[in-house]
Design a protein around this ligand. Structure first.
Ligand code: SAM
Length: 232
C-alpha cells in the first residue's frame, strides 16, 4: 500500500466519478444518520472532509447548516458544486486544510480517512479547525468484519489504486485518541440494515435518521461510526 501516491489516488477517484458518478456512492438517505449522530443545528458551521459528490453536504444544507466541503478529486468537486450549490466546495488535501483554527462547530469524514496517506495528520487537521468542544463524526472500515477478513483480504480484492484499507476498533480508538479526541459514541454503520429494509419493504417509509441498538457485538460491524469531541 505504501507505494500508492497522492496523485495516483486522485486519478483513481477522478476516473471512478467520471465513469460511475453517483452510482459509486450511497443514496442521500444514507447520510441522515450523521446529522443525528452530531445533532447538527440550523445556522451552525460544518466541514465535510473528503466531500465526494456532495451528498452529505446536501443532506445537511437541507437542515439549514452552512456547509464547506473539500476533496482531493477535482472531478468530485465540480460534480458536487452542481449537485449542491448551497454549499461551498474546494479541491484540496485533507492533510493540509485551508481553514483557520477553530472555524467549525462540526466536522465529518465519511468512508475516507482510511484512503489517506497520513491519517494522523488528517485527524490533527480536523482537530485544529474544530471549535473547542466541537464534534467530529467519522465512518471507518472495520478490519475484523467478515467480508474484509475472509473475502477481500485473502482473495486480494482490496482496491490498492484508491488506497482502500481497514483497521480494527482498538486501532481506530488509539489513532483518534492520539489526535486529541475523546470518543463519545461508537455505532455500527446502519446503512446495510436500512438498505435491506428498503429492499424487502419498498412500499414502507423508512426513517434512516434513527440510531438503533443492534443486538450483535460492535466488533462485527462492517464499518464503525465514531462520534468524537475535541478534548484538548
Ligand atoms: C469513498 S469516497 C467517500 C466520499 C464521501 N465522503 C461520501 O461518503 O459520499 C472517498 C473520498 O475521499 C477522497 N479523498 C481521498 N484521499 C483524500 C485526501 N487526502 N484529501 C481529501 N480527500 C481525499 C476521494 O477523492 C473520495 O472522494
Amino acid at each position: 500500500m505504501s507505494s500508492t501516491t497522492q496523485e495516483g489516488i486522485k486519478k483513481w477517484f477522478d476516473k471512478t466519478y467520471l465513469t460511475k458518478g453517483f452510482r459509486y456512492l450511497r443514496p442521500i438517505d444514507a447520510y441522515e444518520i450523521f446529522a443525528t449522530a452530531l445533532d447538527v443545528q440550523p445556522g451552525s458551521k460544518h466541514l465535510d472532509v473528503a466531500s465526494g459528490l456532495g451528498l452529505l453536504a446536501k443532506c445537511f444544507a437541507n437542515k439549514e447548516v452552512n456547509v464547506d466541503g473539500i476533496d482531493l478529486s477535482p472531478e468530485a468537486v465540480s460534480m458536487a458544486k452542481e449537485y449542491c450549490p448551497e454549499a461551498h466546495f474546494q479541491q484540496g488535501n485533507a492533510e493540509q486544510l485551508p481553514f483557520q483554527d477553530r472555524t467549525f462547530d462540526t466536522v465529518t469524514c465519511i468512508g475516507s480517512i482510511e484512503r489517506m496517506l497520513d491519517r494522523e495528520k488528517a485527524l490533527q487537521e480536523q482537530h485544529r479547525v474544530l471549535k473547542d468542544g466541537g464534534k467530529l463524526c467519522l465512518m471507518v472500515r472495520n478490519s475484523e468484519n467478515f467480508t474484509w477478513r475472509f473475502i477481500k483480504r485473502p482473495f486480494g480484492l482490496i482496491n490498492k489504486e484508491g488506497h482502500q484499507d481497514a483497521l480494527n476498533r482498538d486501532e481506530w480508538t488509539k489513532l483518534v485518541e492520539r489526535s486529541g479526541f475523546t470518543i463519545q459514541q461508537t455505532y455500527p454503520d446502519h446503512w446495510p440494515y436500512y438498505r435491506l429494509l428498503k429492499t424487502i419493504m419498498p412500499w414502507r417509509k423508512i426513517d434512516t435518521s434513527r440510531i438503533i441498538n443492534f443486538p450483535y457485538p460492535l466488533e462485527l460491524a462492517y464499518e464503525f461510526i465514531f462520534v468524537l469531541q475535541k478534548s484538548k
